[in-house]
Design a protein around this ligand. Structure first.
Ligand code: MLT
Length: 312
């Protein structure tokens, strides 16, 4: 009977609103991606898609919420590279990253930018590095907690410049940006989905993008390579997950709605304005996300262990 029930349930799915858990505070880059994609998915699913921000512990609290949610397709997780890095960063995660989720598909790879408060006394990356090294105990670096993308980028930066800086954790880089704009924190590495408008508005300083090639919508910003930190590369990939055990026909409907959202002209245009683009349709699949997640865990775990960074 459970099988039948599962199949029947999948038949008329979705017949009520769907909640997308964003594991960071509202107004940040993950929230921005989720609202754009969620809005578009609701059109093709014919049901409301709401965003619930569950911040804390670098995104792992929100992930835990979905790992424990009913496997019925009405609670899903939109998360990024932190889903992979948290495996090495947290020795006691309250879920099993590779077995407690049902992947739906990859969404987008977002570049990162090194940005500072407008009064920061460095005119380029070389000066920022020199200033940070000379003022280790004074300079403050904002991130969204251990496991966030800004934390990962900061870890790579501090390892590269051999200087441990004061970090100020927030529930997301949305709130962190407010303090950067107010000058309460010195600098951070954050995604173009959150920094582009402030950079274009001249409200913060930008020193580099963390991608191999320049970002078209920020084409005057040098890559980290050009700016003096060769080989510094990190892009924030995002995926959509349901809880393990969600019926396959439900996953298929979510995957289809995601793929349609990634072709939605409104999504494509807004992503481009924010420095990013949807993944190709073949990557917006359960198999592609599952494979990528595993590969990213294998890639980042040794780097994190070598840096000796842990959350718990
Ligand atoms: C956010 O949405 O606030 C960011 O993803 C935080 C981060 O990962 O740096």
């Amino acid at each position: 009977t459970t099988l039948l029930a599962g199949a029947a349930h999948a038949q008329d799915y979705p017949n009520k609103l769907i909640t997308v858990i964003v594991p960071f505070a509202a107004g940040g880059p993950t929230d921005t991606v989720a609202r754009l994609v969620g809005q578009s998915m609701s059109k093709s699913l014919g049901q409301q898609v709401i965003i619930e921000n569950v911040g804390g512990a670098g995104g792992t609290l929100g992930a835990a919420r979905v790992a424990k949610a009913a496997p019925d397709g009405y609670t899903v997780l939109l998360h990024h590279i932190g889903q992979a890095t948290s495996v090495a960063l947290y020795r006691k995660l309250p879920y099993d990253t590779l077995n407690d989720f049902a992947p739906v598909g990859l969404i987008t790879d977002v570049p990162m930018t090194f940005v500072a408060k407008s009064a920061f006394p460095a005119k380029d990356l070389k000066e920022l590095v020199a200033y940070a090294q000379a003022n280790k105990d004074k300079v403050s670096y904002a991130n969204a907690g251990v496991g966030s993308a800004s934390h990962l980028c900061g870890m790579l930066f501090m390892t590269a410049i051999k200087a441990e800086l004061t970090t100020v954790p927030y529930k997301g880089t949305g709130p962190a940006m407010n303090d950067l704009l107010g000058g309460q924190v010195d600098f951070m590495c954050d995604q173009t989905t959150n920094t582009t408008s402030q950079i274009k508005g001249g409200k913060i300083k930008v020193y580099g993008v963390t991608t191999k090639t320049r970002v078209p919508s920020l084409n005057e910003v040098p890559t980290m390579d050009e700016a003096g930190l060769p080989g510094f590369e990190v892009a924030v990939w995002h995926g959509l997950y349901a809880p393990k055990g969600t019926p396959q026909p439900v996953i298929a409907k979510l995957t289809k709605a995601l793929q349609e959202a990634l072709k939605d002209p409104n999504v494509v245009t807004r992503f481009a304005e924010l420095g990013t683009e949807p993944v190709s349709p073949d990557r917006a699949t359960p198999e592609a996300l599952g494979k990528h997640l595993k590969a990213e865990i294998d890639k980042w775990s040794p780097i994190i262990k070598a840096a000796g960074v842990y959350a718990d």
